[in-house]
Ligand binder design. Structure first.
Ligand code: FE2
Length: 371
């Protein structure tokens, strides 16, 4: 009887021990694994469907836009915007049948800027131009289709294009780069002023697209996008400036020369010559690219840039971005999984609710006009 009692006491004690261990384990887990809230971000490439239509300008033209009073042009813009709005992840980008006045505009611009690209653009860009001709139909008499460019980029560097109806916030735009995706418009500037556009049009986007076929440039751009994942608003602003001073308005050192690679320069013949110091009355200031400096540098959006950053090489710029991203305080590390086109994080985080900030309320609306 006594031994029975002793056995029951031992059993009871063991049960209590297991219970207390379980409670302690739960408490420890709760403390160490409590999720930290971070700004919403897409986890999968298909999640870009959520942000791609969060357009800031709703396709509305400003009163001083060359096409403002042209009803036909505005209908054309609406039609092309709808193509982008209807696009979903996995679709083929619909081919656009460009009209003669659009081809004429394209022709006029290319006639002017292509010779300048051969003189002043980065060697990587110049090397890729004939490949775009062969693989994407880049010719003066033909406007390339986004799907053809996207297919070529996909097989070159794993980048792809996605149609977009207008301007996105800096955050959403950079989220695309994290998935090696570049948001691209499909419309052309108004034919009455072929050498001027107040907003990024297809010609500007194609100037961007060429370098996404260069591995080092594509990887550099990808690093800016990855750094934006779950970043605070302040960090997004810093990364937006790094993007601005490279992908949009970057120069690079090549031998003893300085060449242009930013699409904002390459799509503007006036700024291309000015950035090369060819304007005798006004020369820009040049600084060696350093993301720690560029991320703090403000810039104008309606004039030529008074200051350009000169990258040593795309490879070096990539390493610099990785170093800079490592200093951004975040409660997790991030990596891109190419086989699943997804973002992987190494900590327990909780995403804040995704909310589309209306244009007039968006802190990025003004900045995004520069993209
Ligand atoms: Fe741009």
């Amino acid at each position: 009887m006594n031994s029975m009692l002793i056995l029951m006491v031992i059993l009871l004690m063991n049960l209590l021990k297991i219970y207390f261990q379980h409670c302690a384990h739960k408490l420890t887990n709760y403390t160490s694994l409590r999720a930290k809230k971070v700004p919403w971000f897409p986890r999968f490439k298909r999640d870009l469907d959520i942000v791609a239509n969060e357009v800031l300008d709703s396709g509305e033209l400003e009163a001083d836009h060359p096409g403002f009073h042209d009803k036909e042009y505005r209908l054309r813009r609406d039609k092309l915007a709808q193509v982008a709005k209807d696009y979903r992840f996995g679709d083929k980008i619909p081919a656009i049948h460009y009209e003669q006045n659009e081809i004429d505009t394209w022709n006029t611009v290319l006639d002017k800027i292509l010779p300048l690209h051969h003189k002043y653009a980065a060697a990587e860009h110049v090397r890729l131009l004939p490949l775009f001709e062969q693989n994407c139909g880049l010719r003066k008499d033909n406007i390339p289709q986004l799907q053809d460019i996207s297919d070529y980029l996909q097989e070159s560097t794993g980048f792809s294009l996605r149609p977009v109806a207008g301007l996105l916030s800096t955050r959403n735009f950079l989220y695309g780069l994290a998935f090696r995706t570049f948001f691209s418009t499909q419309y052309l500037r108004h034919h009455s002023r072929p050498l001027y556009t107040p907003e990024p049009d297809l010609i500007h986007e194609i100037c961007h697209s060429v370098l996404f076929a260069d591995q080092a440039f594509a990887d550099f751009s990808h690093q800016i996008g990855l750094a934006a994942i779950g970043a605070t608003d302040e960090q997004i602003e810093q990364l937006g400036r790094c993007y601005w001073f490279t992908v949009e308005f970057g120069l690079c050192k090549q031998g003893n020369d300085v060449k242009a690679f930013g699409a904002g320069i390459l799509s503007s013949f006036g700024e291309l010559e000015y950035s090369m110091g060819l304007n005798p009355n006004e020369k820009p200031k040049l600084l060696r690219f350093d993301p720690f400096v560029a991320s703090k540098q403000t810039y104008p959006i309606t004039t030529y840039q008074p200051l350009y950053f000169v990258s040593d090489s795309f490879e070096t710029a990539k390493e610099q971005m990785i170093e800079f991203a490592g200093t951004l305080k975040k409660p997790f590390n991030v990596r891109y999984l190419p086989y699943t086109n997804s973002i992987d994080v190494d900590s327990n985080i909780e995403l804040e609710k995704h909310v589309f900030i209306k244009p007039q309320e968006s802190p990025y609306a003004k900045e995004s006009n520069k993209m």
